[in-house]
Design a protein around this ligand. Structure first.
Ligand code: ADP
Ligand code: MG
Ligand code: ZN
Length: 619
């Protein structure tokens, strides 16, 4: 049975890029379509674009949620050149990055739309010219950086004059998630953008973002003071992305190198890492494998960063190895793969980062290499982060736990999991085996090895209340000695390590419940207990200046005294059966098994994707 059936794929998918709504007629509708064609050379709208535009032309506040590449800009650029409708004058656009603004201004000018920008980069001379144009009502749009709004008196006065002349048409807050502390790109200057609604309550505001999280959405609306906004959101499913989680171990780097060389020759990609040093190390290792790549992180000076990004954008570098500093403003349409060499800290980040693949609508791959020890590293980084207060730490730890659950899940459709995080219901049938878990349920023929493989995963929920009680007992009896979580894990599993025997804890472990769990499962149990605050980690700086993490009993351990309190955790067992094996060597066959899912999906897609038009093209 084939892994992908494109015919079915085409008919049943509900792409976020296809509009099916009947068109409502307003006094401005004719002009709108005329200008859409004449200025933007576009024939039809994508979902929600027309609806959002009609709302803002009715002077309503508007909130637009659209996945990256969905076409948010048109929602305010087209109204900005309209003559009919309820507002006229200049549209003020706030955008977080100067490079983003420059790109937009250039492309609008090339469409003969009168646009300018205003940022700290301008000379006094340039500013004067811009203000003259603005105050003589010569501009359709003006892009302004948030710093200018919050700190430049000159800028604030110019906007005020524009308003007094009755020429402040509307205010656009692009990348509006920057308003929220809970978004993935918080900018302090964005907080001050609430002045628009305070000072000019009747001037309509449009806020746009690709952030799907509901909590962040409400935060944005509240912070900007939007007045009962017309809200447009659509499916965030990215149907041209393949999602996969692979275990991370010693073979990961050679495996990534192999993927890049064999499956993505000359195709662009991004690899995300959690730290500056791991970026640099990984980039060096991949360069040794003759892969054209460069690292990118916040520790580099700005010129170097711009240089690397430009080279990558112009296909002079194939792969960029980056921290999350490589994010907003990345606008390369043909990114064919995004690898996470370290798991992201939140599912929100996961969605945004993987979302940089396939903006041109062509099939692309998102592979995350997952190890529990990386999750633990991130957990420690959060616990030690001096910029986070206690409440924020807990929040971040919870988000990390969600990432871990996502990676641990070997059964549920990845799309369903990600979208449910964004409160979107998704029927896994609509995934059409475009994620590892959905394609696992199939029997398939490996195009590489000729093996037929059935994948099956068993999920088992275990009651871990008893073993938890023993863990708590153990930790409370020895925490005075400053013990690490992994030391306690060894004891509870009955380790015969001499250090432990010497310390006299071996009897504690003799009759323990911990023997039923392997090392990885026990690590997961501890992780879970730390997130439940039944256990707690604390760090102490030693005289070398390094912090070590130790474990003690946490405040919620008291819940265990309640006889009706129980703790459950899911465990997974993977059963993989080869029906006909053509490989003889045990070792090579297990290696092939490991990358099988991905390669089979790739090969099969490569042949079939030809028949599928890019999802971005409007119908
Ligand atoms: P976003 O800001 O949502 O990430 P953009 O506004 O940058 O996306 O639009 C992405 C691309 O889609 C642009 O190249 C834009 O010209 C194109 N686009 C937008 N709307 C339409 C449409 N209705 N039909 C065809 N192309 C469109
Ligand atoms: Mg945009
Ligand atoms: Zn799926």
């Amino acid at each position: 049975e084939p892994l992908f059936d494109d015919q079915q794929f085409l008919l049943s998918q509900s792409s976020p890029f296809e509009s099916h709504e009947p068109i409502k007629i307003y006094p401005w509708t004719d002009e709108l379509f005329a200008r859409l064609n004449n200025y933007f050379h576009i024939q039809s709208f994508r979902p929600n674009q027309l609806e959002a535009i009609n709302s803002t032309l009715q002077s309503k506040d508007v909130f637009v949620l659209m996945p990256t590449g969905g076409g948010k800009s048109l929602c305010y650029q087209l109204p900005a050149i309209m003559k009919s409708g309820t507002t006229h004058g200049t549209t003020v656009v706030i955008s977080p990055l100067i490079s983003l603004m420059q790109d937009q201004v250039e492309s609008l000018l090339s469409l003969n739309i009168k646009t300018s920008m205003f940022s700290s980069k301008n000379s006094a001379q340039q500013r004067k010219i811009t203000f003259d144009l603005l105050l003589n009502n010569k501009l359709n749009l003006i892009y302004i950086s948030p710093e200018m709004i919050s700190s430049s008196k000159q800028c604030q006065e110019a906007i005020h004059s524009l308003y007094q002349q009755g020429n402040l048409a509307r205010v656009v807050i692009d990348e509006a998630h920057c308003v929220s502390n809970w978004g993935h790109d918080f900018r302090p200057d964005y907080k001050k953008l609430n002045i628009f609604k305070q000072k000019y309550p009747e001037v309509p505001v449009i806020a746009l973002t690709a952030t799907a999280n509901e909590f962040v959405q409400n935060d944005i609306i509240k912070n900007l003071g939007l007045n009962n906004p017309a809200t447009f959101r659509q499916s965030f499913n990215r149907d041209n992305l393949y999602y996969q989680i692979l275990p991370k171990d010693k073979t990961t780097i050679p495996l990534m190198a192999k993927f890049i060389k064999e499956l993505f020759p000359n195709q662009t990609g991004i690899i995300y890492c959690h730290s500056k040093s791991s970026c640099e190390k990984l980039a060096t290792l991949l360069q040794k494998e003759n892969i054209s790549c460069q690292f990118y992180h916040a520790g580099m000076n700005q010129n170097d960063r711009i240089h690397v990004q430009k080279q990558w954008q112009n296909n002079q570098i194939q792969v960029i190895v980056a921290t999350i500093a490589f994010g907003m403003g990345i606008d390369k349409a043909d990114v064919r793969f995004v690898f996470h060499y370290t798991v992201p800290r939140t599912l929100e980040n996961y969605y945004q980062e993987t979302g940089r693949a396939g903006r041109d609508g062509k099939y692309s791959y998102c592979i995350t290499f997952y190890s529990l020890s990386d999750v633990r590293t991130l957990q420690k980084m959060i616990q030690r982060d001096k910029n986070l207060d206690k409440e924020n730490k807990l929040r971040h730890l919870d988000k990390l736990k969600e990432v871990m659950q996502y990676c641990d899940d070997k059964i549920t459709c990845r799309r369903k999991l990600v979208l449910s995080y964004f409160s979107e219901e998704f029927n896994s049938k609509d995934c059409h085996c475009n994620c590892d878990n959905c394609s696992k349920k199939t029997t398939s023929q490996s195009t590489l090895t000729g093996e037929t493989i059935t994948n099956d995963v068993e999920e088992e929920e275990k009651d871990i209340t008893d073993v938890t009680k023993q863990i708590v007992e153990l930790v409370s009896s020895i925490h005075n000695e400053k013990v690490t979580a992994s030391y306690c894990q060894d004891i509870i599993r009955g380790s015969k390590m001499s250090k432990i025997v010497q310390a006299g804890h071996d009897d504690l472990a003799q009759h323990g419940k911990g023997k039923d769990f392997n090392k990885a499962d026990m690590e997961r149990i501890f992780f879970h207990l730390i997130t439940l605050r039944i256990l707690q980690e604390y760090s102490i700086n030693n005289n070398m200046g390094f912090a070590s993490n130790y474990v003690k009993v946490g405040p919620n351990a008291k819940n265990l005294k309640n006889p009706s309190y129980s703790i459950h955790l899911k465990f997974y067992k993977e059963k993989r059966q080869r029906i006909t094996s053509k490989t003889t060597s045990q070792e090579s066959s297990s290696q092939k098994n490991k990358d099988f899912g991905f390669i089979a999906a790739y090969k099969s897609r490569k042949v079939k994707q030809v028949s599928r038009p890019p999802a971005h093209e409007s119908v």
